[in-house]
Design a protein around this ligand. Structure first.
Ligand code: ADP
Ligand code: MG
Length: 398
């Protein structure tokens, strides 16, 4: 994996860069600009080197269709403010508008193509289709490709993987920094090593547990996935998030953990409400007696304390996924307690995941309170699993 300093003299060159600018929005207002800020150091370095910069990025899941609500306009505007220069946004991804803007770029200028996921080929499973689109990205006049969208390096997508195959390339500063921290988490972990998992992408995250059980000493489970575990332990979970087809898998994990002498810590109490609503009446119930008409939206106070104790006594902690629906004040306590505990760790504490990062900032913590806040959730989990990440291995090839 090369650094941008290995790319030679970039003055007068056009650099195509993949960034992760997938920020949470409320209408067209950005509620956490962390990922945009994280992209700035590499972009500044490229501009200072005299390069003209073409930014590729995605927002949300438009699934191959042009949908205005997924426009990168808010991200382009914010990026412009942070860079102190106008960032022009093309009205298409690789069409006439993008080509025209790219052709007119001067040294130090920055432009952005529209949401790459407007193009159906971006996420296609068909290699040829993706390669075709990658060629169009390169044909915007790019001399080199820089991969700096750490949150997407686990995706085999045209702007992440295929384009790296056809252009001289390097990792950006963000990708380098993320990989450095994750390396520490896989090679120099000081025991006890605790992994805390939560969030809503249940089946995605369940898949990684198998591997984490081998490396971590303790796995703490909250958020949406905990209900599938409760079910595996024979409890009813009311209307909570549940992946029925993963219940058996969870049973196996629990058995596997026992065999390996590892601990899986589940909540003993949860905060429930009759509906997914900020104003719904919230009550605390025992985790093994969730009423049939209620859904679990946070871990309970007793569990939050227990989780915090486990975390505080660790020397290495990786946390991905909020403990509850932190966006609603009534269900934010578990996430707050876990975040607080991470700030007290004597050792390395890493927060990974878009929503997890937003959560700690929204709850008033500073980035410096943690060892590292990773911009990628899925990417960091897959790295910790020991999987090969296509976006990184494509870089190694060149
Ligand atoms: P990250 O982006 O950090 O990887 P995810 O995207 O997996 O995290 O999950 C974040 C989302 O999980 C948040 O929007 C939060 O509201 C939701 N969530 C957490 N706990 C629950 C729960 N019990 N039920 C439903 N959603 C939940
Ligand atoms: Mg998320």
């Amino acid at each position: 994996m090369k650094s941008i300093s290995d790319l030679g003299n970039l003055s007068g060159k056009k650099v195509l860069i993949r960034c992760d600018l997938n920020v949470p929005l409320d209408g067209d207002k950005i509620t956490d600009d962390g990922r945009i800020r994280a992209s700035v150091p590499t972009l500044n370095a490229l501009r200072e080197a005299g390069a003209a910069v073409i930014v590729l990025a995605h927002l949300g899941r438009p699934k191959g269709q042009v949908k205005p609500e997924f426009s990168l306009a808010p991200a382009a505007k914010r990026l412009g403010e942070l860079l102190g220069t106008d960032v022009q946004l093309a009205s298409d991804v690789v069409g006439e508008s993008a080509q025209q803007l790219a052709a007119g770029l001067g040294d130090g200028d920055v432009m952005m193509c529209e949401n790459v996921r407007y193009e159906p080929a971006e996420e296609s499973k068909d290699e040829a289709e993706r390669a075709e689109l990658a060629k169009k990205y390169a044909a915007l006049g790019a001399d080199v490709f820089v991969s700096d969208g750490f949150g997407v390096v686990h995706r085999k997508q045209a702007s992440v993987y295929d384009v790296a195959k056809i252009l001289p390339n390097a990792a950006g500063k963000l990708v380098e920094k993320e990989v450095e921290v994750l390396k520490q988490l896989t090679t120099e972990t000081k025991s006890p090593y605790v992994v805390v998992l939560g969030g809503s992408k249940v089946s995605d995250k369940l898949k990684v547990i198998d591997n984490l059980l081998k490396t971590a000493d303790t796995l703490v489970i909250g958020g949406g996935m905990l209900y599938t575990f409760l079910k595996a332990n024979g409890h009813e979970v009311g209307t909570s998030l549940l992946e029925e087809d993963q219940v058996e898998t969870c049973k196996n994990y629990l058995a596997e953990a026992e065999k390996l002498g590892k601990q899986i810590v589940l909540p003993t109490d949860v905060v429930v409400a009759p509906e997914f609503n900020a104003d719904a009446p919230a009550t605390v119930v025992a985790a093994d007696s969730i009423p049939a008409d209620q859904m679990g939206l946070d871990i309970g106070p007793e569990s939050a304390q227990a989780f915090a104790n486990v975390i505080r006594s660790a020397h290495t902690v990786f946390w991905n996924g909020p403990m509850g629906v932190f966006e609603m004040a009534a269900f934010a306590n578990g996430t707050r307690e876990v975040a607080e505990a991470l700030t007290k760790v004597d050792g390395l504490s890493v927060v990974g995941g878009g929503d997890s990062a937003s959560a700690v900032r929204a709850l008033g913590f500073a980035d410096e309170d943690f060892g590292h806040i990773s911009t990628g959730g899925g990417a960091s989990l897959e790295y910790l699993e020991g999987k090969e990440l296509p976006g990184l291995s494509a870089l190694a090839d060149n």
